[in-house]
Design a protein around this ligand. Structure first.
Ligand SMILES: C[S@@+](CC[C@H](N)C(=O)[O-])C[C@H]1O[C@@H](n2cnc3c(N)ncnc32)[C@H](O)[C@@H]1O
Length: 271
């Protein structure tokens, strides 16, 4: 008897994370009437959904995210399951294309050494002479289980160089790009996860990092121009080899050359 009631309530709770808005409200009202929950759950808006996806992509667990956004762990868990399920369908298509393009890029620049930050299981395994992998998530078998930024600090201190560096986060890698561009000699790949903010017309992040403050200017082309500018500060010339615009995420594959600087260029123009 107890088991039957328990199962019924659990199913209602789980269904609230799976069903349409109307059915979900009905289920929640039933749970409230039965005293299973004390309050109706707070509604989520687009901004809050974006925030928990960003927190998740920066490596926080459900408990930590729940504390940050002042919600219960179960509410965050259900919401994340729904959001990542939605994104899962586009992930499959885009991941296959990402790997195909990686392959074409390897054929172009033929790197002997690769630093794969945000590596997961690492697509590069067995494909290059020297591979260093890094992922914050302890479940992956990587060389460095740590934040990519910290590993880049270490390698900058040691003045290590890599032919190719791959930055493939769920969100933005601009903070890591500033350090990675100093170490990469032949190529750099960066996934522009910040394009996800466009859906919510969120300009706070891209405003600070790229000076993008309008919907029209919020493009992968403009972000790439800013990456080129940053690279030039480090005397490197970035050339776009491939750019792929997927659903709410883009990725750019760039070759690198030393930037030739003519310090007298301005004077010559004046003459
Ligand atoms: C889009 S997945 C990368 C997938 C992988 N590059 C591939 O092609 O299969 C992003 C990865 O970044 C990791 N991650 C998230 N924040 C990180 C951080 N600050 N430093 C290093 N890895 C991080 C996640 O654990 C996740 O495995």
């Amino acid at each position: 008897m107890f088991n039957r009631i328990y199962k019924k309530n659990i199913n209602l709770l789980l269904d609230s994370g799976r069903t349409k808005a109307g059915d979900k409200n009905n289920n929640m009202n039933k749970l409230l009437e039965r005293g299973i929950i004390k309050n109706l759950p707070k509604k989520w808006n687009d901004q809050q959904e974006a925030e928990i996806l960003l927190l998740r992509s920066s490596g926080l667990n459900t408990f930590e995210i729940a504390e940050r956004v002042n919600r219960s762990e179960i509410s965050v868990n259900l919401k994340l399951k729904r959001l990542t399920k939605k994104d899962g369908s586009y992930n499959v298509k885009h991941v296959l294309d990402k790997y195909n393009t990686n392959k074409l890029f390897l054929d172009c620049i033929k790197p002997a050494s690769v630093l794969d930050l945000f590596s997961g299981d690492s697509w590069y395994k067995g494909k290059v002479k020297r591979l260093v992998t890094c992922d914050i998530n302890k479940k992956f078998n990587v060389d460095f289980s740590m934040p990519a930024f910290d590993l880049l600090c270490k390698y900058n201190l040691e003045k290590q160089k890599f032919d190719l560096i791959d930055l493939d986060p769920f969100g933005s890698a601009i903070e890591e790009f500033h350090l990675a561009i100093r170490l990469a000699t032949k190529g750099i790949i960066i996934t522009l996860g910040e394009l996800g903010h466009k859906r919510w017309k969120r300009y706070d992040y891209v405003g600070r990092w790229y000076g993008i403050t309008t919907y029209e200017d919020f493009t992968s082309e403009n972000i790439f121009k800013e990456l080129q500018r940053i690279a030039s500060c480090h005397k490197k010339e970035l050339t776009l080899v491939f750019k792929k615009d997927y659903n709410r995420i883009s990725r750019v594959w760039c070759s690198i050359k030393p930037l030739k600087i003519d310090v007298w260029a301005n004077d010559k123009e004046k003459k």
